[in-house]
Design a binder for this molecule. Structure first.
Ligand code: ADP
Length: 274
């Protein structure tokens, strides 16, 4: 039964998504043929996975330019101060908002595809993490105020320059703060803190929002995974998947602690001496 156990293990790995798994030749009897069939199945699955990736990339790529054109023209129409009724203006406004949402989705899909192919631009340089946090928090201040939320930053003084890609880390922080705003009720509080902890730099975003049940925590970092939330906030579930990949590119980690009904704390850890 040794060969059967071998096949069983390979099937379990392939079933869990390890499509590179293959069996060595196991002979020419029925069991040997079964092993060869498992390999053929894994080859086909790999091919389909590749096809899916190429399809997603080309479709999203093709969507990008027409979306840009729509957004450009609608913005132009809205900028005209005369000749538009309030109703037309509201309709155009809606078109613009939805076009932007779709554009955002397409960009996220393309980013994820690029990460999977190892093609996302990654240009780490020595940069000031405090400045990045200050700028990003400042950017969100009007939005927080509009949603009647307190957004504060706590930055440890005298932090050193760190090796990271400022655009990508800003992308992660933007995503975490947007989520905190999205999943917190008016009157809530969002704290962005930056500090050193041993050999690491810790950047965290804590909110007093709806929180996440412990059984849902493991899956929120996977692509397209969302949890039903009492605020009915919308999204597609790609932000955290991309953010976690960006953390890994930096040899860092993105984790979360959360309590349903109380709030969440997402923490990005980056090595200080990388
Ligand atoms: P999206 O925000 O588009 O749904 P994300 O990948 O950013 O996608 O987040 C995935 C899911 O994780 C969200 O749908 C939500 O259920 C949960 N989540 C993320 N951030 C928070 C937060 N700050 N508070 C509560 N839930 C959150």
């Amino acid at each position: 039964t040794r060969r059967i156990v071998h096949i069983e293990k390979a099937l379990a790995l392939i079933g869990a998504g390890s499509l590179k798994e293959r069996l060595p030749p196991l002979g020419s009897d029925e069991i040997g043929r079964l092993g060869a069939d498992v390999n053929a199945m894994a080859d086909k699955l790999t091919e389909l996975e590749q096809l899916k990736k190429t399809f997603v990339t080309s479709v999203t790529h093709e969507l990008r330019s027409p979306l840009g054109v729509i957004e450009g023209y609608v913005s132009q129409l809205l900028m005209r101060s005369t000749g538009l009724s309030a109703e037309d203006r509201a309709a155009l406004d809606r078109i613009l908002r939805n076009t932007r949402r779709l554009g955002h989705f397409v960009t996220n899909l393309l980013d994820l595809a690029k990460i999977e192919r190892g093609k996302l631009d990654f240009t780490p340089l020595r940069a000031d993490p405090s400045e990045l946090v200050e700028n990003t928090v400042r950017f969100f201040a009007p939005k927080a105020q509009e949603s009647r939320m307190t957004l504060i930053s706590e930055i440890e003084p005298g932090l050193p320059l760190v090796h990271f890609d400022p655009d990508l880390i800003a992308h992660v922080l933007t995503n975490l703060i947007s989520n905190a705003l999205k999943f917190t009720r008016p009157g809530g509080r969002i704290t962005v803190s930056l500090k050193s902890s041993g050999k690491n730099l810790e950047l965290s975003v804590a909110d007093t929002g709806v929180g996440i049940k412990s059984e849902d925590l493991p899956r929120i970092f996977a692509p397209f995974q969302r949890v039903a939330n009492p605020l009915k906030a919308t999204g597609v579930g790609l932000g955290l998947a991309i953010s976690r990949e960006i953390a890994a590119m930096h040899k860092g980690e993105l984790g979360v602690t959360s309590e349903a009904g109380k709030g969440s704390r997402f923490c990005l850890t980056l090595p200080l001496d990388a």
